[in-house]
Write a protein that binds this ligand. Structure first.
Ligand code: NAD
Ligand code: UDP
Length: 317
């Protein structure tokens, strides 16, 4: 394998930190760019010193809403807060991150002739009327709601990617990532797996929004990382869904967390947030055909590893 200089924007985040370590361990030179809004260098733990001393890892505290000049072969563009709590905290900044950030990364890719992969999202399908969601589905998205800064921001980011591809022959990849979970998620980031697991471990009531019949399909982070690397190494310039296609209701997720933590859980119901999608499951046909992608970690197995991580983070037995 040829070793490359690889830029990972959002590299100190949940998914980005796993990707940095994976590509570093393959022998590449990794440039981790992050403004540390939701990312933490502590995700690298004991390995941070090793990374820095290796001479093959650089951390750049930068913001993708500003342009940057670097020499790189590949770009994984992940920078953007992903939890609804975080991306709604400063909605205008979220749009700027998605639109200006992607524009700047495309400009960089064009200048240095780098291949660029965008971390897009299942949110481009909005509250879907087609189930499961194939890449050909154009989506059902509210352009003016509280989730729009993220959903529409990512849709414009995809448009920019395709236009640079058509107009400037840029070598692009688009990953539509479905709900992913695992170690390095932030405590209290508002996402359902981190919320439920932390609440369970702290013996707090579980905050179930709505009646709990809404569904998601959860992918363990190692399966997602495999998919991202496979996609980057493929020749597919069309969007590709990445995730796990086993679907579960939020009420069933509570029951599974109860079983896995061994805790007796109580539930407090709260209203369903505006525009909360009712059902979500990826159609993984393209990922299977083009990449040979197949997630292998079951939800129960992934939850066990995630619970062990949060036990350490929270310092609870
Ligand atoms: P995260 O919030 O943990 O990571 C995002 C990282 O981007 C953080 O380190 C943050 O500090 C950084 N960042 C945010 N704005 C920035 C800016 N303007 N300039 C530089 N850095 C900035 O989220 P994550 O779950 O790791 O998500 C990573 C990517 O994957 C995001 O683009 C997200 O939209 C996408 N995605 C994630 C999921 C999921 O379930 N985790 C699902 C769909 C898509
Ligand atoms: N959710 C919940 N309780 C929480 C956090 C989230 O019931 O404490 C629900 C939320 O309403 C949604 C699902 O869990 O239906 C997934 O939410 P998350 O924010 O993790 O992801 P997204 O909605 O972006 O898929």
């Amino acid at each position: 394998m040829a070793y490359e200089r690889i830029l990972i924007t959002g590299g100190a985040g949940f998914i980005g930190s796993h990707l940095c370590l994976r590509l570093f361990d393959e022998g590449h030179h990794v440039l981790c760019l992050d403004n540390l809004f939701t990312g933490r260098l502590t995700h690298f733990g004991d390995r941070y010193r090793e990374l820095l001393l290796s001479g093959r890892f650089e951390f750049l505290r930068r913001d993708v809403t500003e342009s940057i000049l670097l020499e790189v072969d590949r770009i994984y563009h992940l920078a953007c807060p992903a939890s609804p709590v975080h991306y709604r905290h400063n909605a205008v900044k979220t749009i700027k991150t998605n639109v200006l950030g992607t524009y700047h990364m495309l400009g960089l890719a064009k200048r240095v002739d780098a291949r660029i992969l965008l971390a897009s999202t299942s949110e481009v399908y909005g509250d879907p009327e087609v189930h499961p969601q194939p890449e050909s589905y154009f989506g059902h998205v509210n352009p003016i709601g509280p989730r729009s800064c993220y959903d529409e921001g990512k849709r414009v980011a995809e448009t920019l990617m395709m236009d640079y591809h058509r107009q400037h022959r840029l070598d692009i990849r688009i990953a539509r990532i479905f709900n992913t979970y695992g170690p390095h998620m932030t405590i209290d980031d508002g996402r359902v797996v981190s919320n439920f697991v932390c609440q369970a471990l702290r013996d707090e009531p579980i905050t179930l929004y709505g009646d709990g019949t809404q569904t998601r399909s959860f992918c363990y982070v190692s399966d997602l990382i495999e998919g991202l690397v496979q996609l980057m190494n493929s020749d597919c310039t069309e969007p590709v869904n990445l995730g796990n296609d086993s679907e579960i209701t939020m009420a069933a997720l509570v029951a599974l967390i109860q079983k896995t933590t061994g805790k007796e859980l109580t539930i407090v119901h709260a209203p369903l947030p505006e525009d909360d999608p009712v059902r979500r499951r990826p159609d993984l046909t393209r990922a299977r055909q083009v990449l040979g992608y197949k997630p292998s970690v079951s939800l129960e197995e992934g939850l066990r590893a995630t619970i062990a991580y949060f036990r350490r983070e929270l310092g609870v037995a």
